[in-house]
Ligand binder design. Sequence first.
Ligand code: ADP
Ligand code: MG
Length: 348
Amino acid sequence: MLEEKSPQRTSIAQLGEFGLIDHLTKHFEINQSSTLKGIGDDAAVLDFKDKKTVVSTDLLIEGVHFDLAYMPLKHLGYKAVVANVSDICAMNATPTQITVSIAVSNRFPLEALEELFAGITLASKHYKVDVIGGDTTSSQKGLIISITALGEANAEDIVYRSGAAANDLLVVTGDIGAAYMGLQVLEREKQVFQVNPNNQPDLDNYTYLIERQLKPEARKDIKELLEKLEVKPTSMIDISDGLSSEIMHLCKQSNVGCTIYEEKLPLDPQLISVCEEFNIDSTTVAINGGEDYELLFTIALEDFDKIKANPNLTVIGHMVKESEGKHLVTRANQKIELKARGWNALAE
Ligand code: ADP
Ligand code: MG
């Protein structure tokens, strides 16, 4: 977990807009050779030479995408960067720059924004992305964060959602479902706290799950790993909304179906035991829970030998002809139709 600073409250109105921007952004360094001009002019200037540029944007609204009751601001800043970096990684590109735009109500003191930017700074250093600009304005209620990430790739290395073919293997990195269960644990603790604020939560049995929810990491390492293994995915997506809905995206855009196997889903032991405690089916969590920021990709069948020994990569099934549909084969060998039940902000 990330360390929190002591509470002190300085009004942001005192600094004024330019003072605030300067205070929050003055320490950002430029490290990418493609950044010719970062913060400080009307626009940043970039030069990607003979590489292609990939761009992705996310918008995060307090109360819709995050709850500050259990999401510390430093973690929120970190995670907001991770979500965007993950999208760039899912194109098999290298993240290089971000812009950060925020709208804040005056209920946030300067110290709160410092925490948010401490998380953004930590993530930008970790993923080696330059913060090259953004916008800072006020909101009447709550906090809004929008991050845009840029990345670079050789044209021939870029991987789209649309390249999967029947018989390709479906591969997932790391393990899945833990971020969702981390959120369930935090929500339960929030309710306990509301009933009795003196109750000190004992979260020792949940550290991995909570870490996955509050401080996820983007799989920037996978591009390099696959290059070493000499495997180029045929299609790829990151798991932000949940495995089943991401599989649906690959199937739809590639015009294929799929069969995945319950027994192959990579689950952390802590996830399994906490699902038992909460009386929730761990397969449902693995399939529908979001925010793991792992990568889901397909490879040609003949590349199986190159990846099979790698502990980071798990084959969970394969693609089939579109007419054969999308299915999950259970441990009891039942074939059930796969449905997209991922997290949907518009359905709230
Ligand atoms: P403008 O008036 O052109 O919008 P601003 O005064 O808003 O310029 O911003 C000044 C500089 O600070 C610009 O380079 C802008 O990209 C940068 N900036 C503003 N807000 C942020 C932020 N929240 N994070 C990073 N950079 C920012
Ligand atoms: Mg501005």
